[in-house]
Design a protein around this ligand. Sequence first.
Ligand SMILES: *Cc1c(COP(=O)(O)O)cnc(C)c1O
Length: 414
Amino acid sequence: MSTKKLPFNKQQIEKIIKKYPTPFHIYDEKRIRENAKRFYQAFSWAPNFKNYFAVKACPNPYILKILKKEGMGTDCSSLPELMMAETVGILGENIMFSSNDTPQKEFKKAKSLGAIINLDDITHIEMLESLDTPDIICFRYNPGPLRKSGVNTIIGKPEEAKYGMTKNQLFEGYKIMKAKGVKRFGLHTMVVSNELDIKALAETAAMLFDLTVEVYEKLGIKLEFVNLGGGIGIPYKVEQEEVNLEKLAKRVKKLYEQKIVKNHLDPLKIFYECGRMITGPFGYLVTTTIHEKHTYKDYIGVDACMANLMRPGMYGAYHHETILGKEKSPKNHTYDVVGSLCENNDKFAVDRELPKIEIGDIIVIHDTGAHGYAMGFNYNGKLRSAELLLKVDGTVEMIRRAETVDDYFATLNF
Ligand SMILES: *Cc1c(COP(=O)(O)O)cnc(C)c1O
């Protein structure tokens, strides 16, 4: 019934905890690799298919190294993200620099690494002026009210999103860069986030393929690639189904044939810059119950808090929880599972039906492999946890230590 698979059992976790105390995030290398292979296999029909992993989802060099081996590049949008890609040897056009409101020095760094620069706004063209004209340039498109299907709940209405340029600006941008001597062009958009509906996901491809044709007809520019953005969703809830990547790829292929091949605009490379679906389901926040409290509601207090996983507090996001060793126990208690922040939205679960929980019980919070650790913060003097890697051979390596009080004080001058 309502279960989610875990790559470890209670005994194994207890052994890990002896060495690395809770809370920590742990990532399952084996399934990250399997999933990456599946993604690439599904799109193997597409010329030079590549996913540029959105570094912000899980900014850890060990993870980037694994993904590099699986053929991925990185999607960066800040100086440290560029530096991290550089550190693991992801360079040149294996970096997509999809930033916005970008400081000049970040363009400079991206350019020096040979990254593909994806411009968020037409005025950013001026910011490139002081750098050599790039070989290749990409523009981020915002369809605004032109997008046909429904509104995505995380991103909202495109016309209210700060990202990307209008259609007129887009065409103007290509014209300007063509006049500057640029010969290679890409097109990007991202209008969905955590989207599970294949139709909505494929619509991005349809929209960009149509634009590819229009850009060719109006400007004589044959685009080299389309970047369909990130946003492929994951089933946080047990009753949700994962995106069938084979079906998605098939649908995109059909559109490619209808719109690109038919107009002799192939080969057109297809890129994604997914983060969530690459690591999200394969990470877990492991935490220990340290208190129970019974007032107007029944609370379970754990040793992790919102600083380790902000999504529930920030978006009211659902993250499934497993009480280790009680997987088969009846869920006959209703709890709020909370952290220690002096902030009432520091709750990993609200009114959740769970087995009876006792102090010392280990709780696994699922699907924290993307936008989990990464969104951590130090509010209320809370420290970020360690990150562990469960390797293919079953051993565990600490890939980031937990913060200490010294880290917290390190930036203070007193
Ligand atoms: C956040 C982000 C992504 C990754 O989104 P996911 O939902 O993790 O797939 C990709 N591209 C850009 C520009 C982003 O801001």
